[in-house]
Design a protein around this ligand. Structure first.
Ligand code: MEZ
Length: 535
């Protein structure tokens, strides 16, 4: 039996209250209520989960403990003999990472006439982009505007977003959708060919463009095909383990590690673009994650050691609805779209306790609080909340859920759950790093010349809380942006003559002088599951 009697009794209450909840919209919280809720319940406020950095550009600032261990970890090249004269890959632009931002950057740099090499530690497309479900925002309808999109994202980010980055994100969004559509991304459209759009948490207009509930997979399919079609050199199963610099302290390549053979090699380039994604697989505070296997914050480590500044690195997004039960799917993403199209969050007594389309940090905190108040559903894996998915077909008619959420429906069916007929159990899951490397509007880091960062590895675009659908948008807009600027710069400068990794040695000296003990080899590259608490 999948559910205990207690769970089944609670499910009965959800069924009984369902009819009366249709058409009811729970009120939004006031700003003051939100502030109190966040301070008392959001995991970012748990002081013991953070520590202060002792070295580097962000010395004195707090970051999650697991991230600090990596930022101040032992470089993989220390004590190794590195031959900097034998260059295995030489290019105008070196792209590190093979997800959505890496592919977008590669395509733009290639189109600008540059020789591009992309290195990626797994395969091209093995990335969080591929896992994205609900959609991509763009204000391209008559009742909407980039300015409205800006205000939504700025408010959602608690007014901490870097204005020049956010402006670029929202103004370039319609063009990004067109770019993808023209390349062949199969967006959902109505019978007249008009893009279908839905709302998301914190959006004041319906501007979520989607490809059912596999938006990221469809976008990545097309980007990957384009990279392959262009014959861009893609080096798979190869990680960048340090940035290389020229005699002037500018980024000039990377030291690479072949993940299969262990061979170390050198890539030299005029400009370097880091597109390594997020950090979910660090499992901050022992949260499960919706992230891809490779999400281990590698880019932050590479950039930090090279002298880049991080911003909002203590701000983490817990997606409100991760699978809480059954165990096989724990932590997997239950797209926000389930709520966008009508499902409510309901407690053990069958009561809707909040508006389901508050921003993510507020929604996640409200779910955590409801469980802390004793109103969660007890499962063998911990407390959870119902997401009342059968409401969707009751509101829109039979067949709607299957049409809009085919992937999710199948995922649950495999576990013997029909989400059209029964609610599903959710709890927040570690989803996104809101912050990252500080970059300018040209995607170059604020302190290291010729080093660019795009996508989840970059900070500032979303401030301290990202809205749904602005991540896929970020990887496209800023992947392209980084590729264009890195290419333009590469055309202006000569190929670096000599390479060095003096900054790695200097950083190591700083670590020793600060009395910090290494806890990890870094970058981490792959998660280490024997250290995660078992259920
Ligand atoms: O942007 C996201 O994180 C997103 C669209 C996730 C989702 O709920 O589907």
């Amino acid at each position: 039996m999948l559910y205990t009697d207690e769970m089944l009794n609670s499910m009965k209450k959800v069924e009984l209250s369902r009819e009366s909840r249709i058409g009811q919209v729970p009120r939004r919280m006031t700003a003051e209520e939100k502030d109190i809720l966040l301070a008392e319940n959001h995991p970012d406020y748990i002081k013991s989960a953070f520590t202060t950095l002792s070295v580097g550009a962000n010395k004195g600032q707090k970051v999650p403990c697991a991230l600090a261990d990596l930022l101040q970890g032992k470089s993989r090249i220390l004590g190794k003999k590195i031959d900097l004269k034998t260059i295995k890959y030489e290019s105008d632009v070196l792209i590190i990472g093979g997800g959505g931002s890496g592919a977008s950057a590669a395509l733009e740099a290639y189109n600008a006439g540059c020789k591009v090499v992309m290195v990626t530690k797994l395969r091209i497309g093995d990335a969080n982009t591929m896992m994205a479900e609900g959609g991509i925002q763009a204000a391209d309808k008559e009742n909407d505007s980039p300015a409205t999109h800006y205000l939504d994202a700025f408010g959602g980010g608690h007014f901490t977003n870097k204005p020049e980055l956010l402006k670029k994100l929202v103004y370039k969004a319609p063009e990004a959708i067109k770019w993808l559509n023209d390349m062949g991304v199969m967006f959902d459209k109505d019978e007249n060919g008009v893009m279908a759009t839905t709302p998301g948490g914190g959006t004041s207009r319906n501007r979520m463009h989607a490809c059912a509930d596999y938006s990221g997979a469809e976008i990545m399919r097309v980007l990957r095909d384009e990279v392959w079609n262009d014959n861009i050199e893609v080096v798979e199963f190869t990680s960048a383990i340090e940035i290389l610099k020229d005699d002037y302290g500018n980024a000039a390549g990377a030291i690479l590690l072949n993940m299969e053979t262990g061979e170390v090699s050198i890539a030299k380039a005029k400009t370097v673009v880091i597109c390594t994604g997020g950090a979910g697989r660090l499992h901050y505070q022992d949260f499960p994650t919706s992230n891809h296997y490779g999400a281990t914050a590698d880019g932050l480590v590479l950039a930090y050691r090279a002298g880049a500044v991080l911003r909002d690195a203590d701000s983490i997004q817990y997606h409100p609805t991760g699978v809480a039960y059954p165990a096989q799917m724990r932590g997997a993403l239950v797209t926000e779209k389930v709520r966008s199209i009508g499902a409510m969050l309901v407690n053990v007594n069958g009561e809707a306790f909040m508006n389901p389309l508050e921003c993510r940090d507020v929604t996640a905190s409200s779910i955590i609080r409801e469980c802390r108040r004793g109103n969660g559903v007890k499962t063998p894996l911990g407390d959870a909340i119902w997401l009342d998915s059968p409401m969707i077909d009751m509101i829109h008619g039979e067949g709607y859920l299957e049409k809009k959420l085919p992937g999710m429906l199948r995922m649950y069916q495999k576990m013997g759950i029909d989400m059209r007929k029964e609610p599903i159990l959710i709890y927040p899951t570690l989803h996104y790093q809101n912050g990252g490397v500080d970059v300018n509007a040209d995607s170059m880091t604020t302190t290291v010349n010729n080093l660019y960062v795009a996508g989840e590895a970059a900070g500032g675009v979303h401030g301290r809380n990202r809205l749904m659908g602005n991540s896929l948008l970020d990887v496209i807009v800023f992947g392209r942006n980084a590729g264009q600027y890195a290419a333009a710069r590469a055309k202006e400068i000569p190929m670096p003559k000599k390479l060095n990794f003096n900054h790695v040695k200097e950083f190591d000296k700083e670590i020793k002088a600060a009395g910090v003990e290494y806890k990890e080899l870094s970058p981490k590259l792959l998660p280490n599951y024997n250290t995660i608490k078992t259920l």
